[in-house]
Design a protein around this ligand. Structure first.
Ligand SMILES: [Zn+2]
Length: 427
């Protein structure tokens, strides 16, 4: 390594938490005092996986019982803390839960419950170990729909939480759509969350940005408030992706002190879906440096399986698991990639958001496309075991680029071999 390069690298902070050899090189700024002074993340974050429940509410997704069991076991192996089902509305969910309750999973089996004792009974009888008690927490909704006063609302929620606890399961309470009225009704929310924590002694209080419309800073504000009101009760975050902010608000919630994130693999859930598990856990681990207990190397595999089961293909530009993430077409980039591949300590991670191995992908892909350079050609020849001696590489490159424009993407191996035949020197 040259002296100059050594000097440059010496100035960089290349040790944990922001740098992990072979995994990622994250901006040190994420961990700098100036940024960290305003955030209060917990030491550990837990994943409450909602894909199986929320996918019931996504158009054209309907999983069979054995598919749910298969996915739940994988999620358990991957390390999620809880797996949510909807046994009250779905027979498949109920059967899956019952089967899984015999399996000794590490994860809690959670059932979504309305504020009804009959729901709680159905869920407990289905083998749940956790109940997610939900109700619209927006005063407009409970006043207009059920004519409940604020006091009645709080009393009933406490009563149902205590009932669920008396049935021997853990309980989290999710008053949803809490963000829109939060600022104007802060006194009410203070009473509500304090009652849940102190009177009902629930295992988790949830805030839900149900329509995903809060700024990340607003989410952090709310979570910090609830942490102040209920310092000894874990705070959980539920949120949707209607404005494309689901991952950002989950991260913000964690930075405010939330220790449970409600996420769904591939982001599949009601409407535009939930915060994708794969995005949220990778961001929490890499960008915030907080453990989640998730085996990151299973993310790609589970994502692909869920694509198959739901028939919802992730776009190629999808964050974390999109196929384009590790597909290189530009000759310029490939050239750099090959040059730095073995350059310690950053190696090829220097040119990647994170190493492909982190999420369990086997390799990256170099494409013969219209932006290809000589490096792409040389790499492809090596891959196909063709000796570059005697091949006019300039001519091959020109033709590959022409062909790629016509094909609008990659020149496949068969077409590449035809081009090689044409430009063998002295044939
Ligand atoms: Zn939801």
């Amino acid at each position: 390594m040259s002296k100059e390069l050594e000097f440059l690298i010496g100035k960089l902070h290349l040790s944990p938490p922001n740098f992990q050899k072979g995994k990622w090189w994250i901006p040190y700024l994420n961990f700098a005092e100036e940024i960290r002074k305003d955030i209060k993340p917990p030491e550990r974050v837990y994943v409450h996986e909602v894909f199986l429940r929320e996918s019931n509410q996504h158009p054209r997704v309907s999983l069979k019982t054995d598919e749910m069991i298969y996915v739940a076991k994988l999620l358990d192996e991957m390390g999620v803390a809880r797996i949510e089902f909807y046994p009250v509305i779905s027979e498949e969910d109920k059967k899956a839960m019952k089967e899984l309750s015999k399996e000794n999973l590490r994860a809690d089996l959670s059932g979504l419950s309305r504020m009804m004792k009959s729901d709680i009974d159905t869920i407990v009888d289905s083998g749940a170990t956790h109940i997610m008690l939900e109700i619209p927490g927006n005063p407009y909704a409970f006043k207009a729909l059920w004519k409940l006063t604020e006091e009645q609302f709080i009393d009933q929620l406490v009563e149902h939480s205590l009932y669920a606890k008396s049935r021997g399961v853990k309980v989290s309470v999710m008053p949803w759509d809490t963000y829109r009225p939060f600022y104007e009704y802060m006194d009410f929310f203070e009473k509500l969350y304090k009652a849940l924590a102190n009177e009902a002694k629930v295992d988790g209080v949830v805030t839900s940005d149900t329509f995903g419309m809060s700024l990340p800073q607003a989410v952090m504000f709310v979570i910090k408030k609830i942490r102040e009101w209920c310092p000894n009760t874990p705070v959980e975050m539920h949120g949707h992706n209607d404005f494309g902010l689901a991952t950002a608000i989950m991260l913000s919630a964690v930075m405010g002190g939330a220790s449970y994130v409600h996420t769904a693999m591939n982001g599949i859930g009601e409407r535009s879906g939930n915060a994708p598990t794969e995005e949220v856990v990778l961001a929490i681990e890499a960008l915030l440096g907080i453990p989640t207990g998730i085996k990151l190397e299973m993310l790609y595999y589970v994502s692909k399986l869920i694509e198959e089961l739901t028939k919802i293909k992730m776009p190629s530009n999808k964050a974390v698991v999109g196929d384009a993430l590790f597909t290189y077409v530009s000759g310029l980039v490939v050239d750099i990639l090959l040059k730095i591949k073995n350059l310690e300590p950053l190696e090829e991670t220097a040119l990647m958001p994170f190493n492909y191995k982190v999420i369990g992908r086997d390799s990256y892909k170099v494409i013969l496309g219209k932006g290809a350079g000589k490096s792409n050609i040389e790499l492809k020849l090596k891959e196909l075991g063709i000796d570059p001696q005697g091949i006019d590489l300039e001519k091959v490159l020109e033709e590959v680029k022409r062909e790629a424009v016509i094909r609008k993407w990659e020149v496949p191996d068969e077409a590449f071999k035809r081009i090689i035949q044409k430009y063998l020197k002295n044939k």
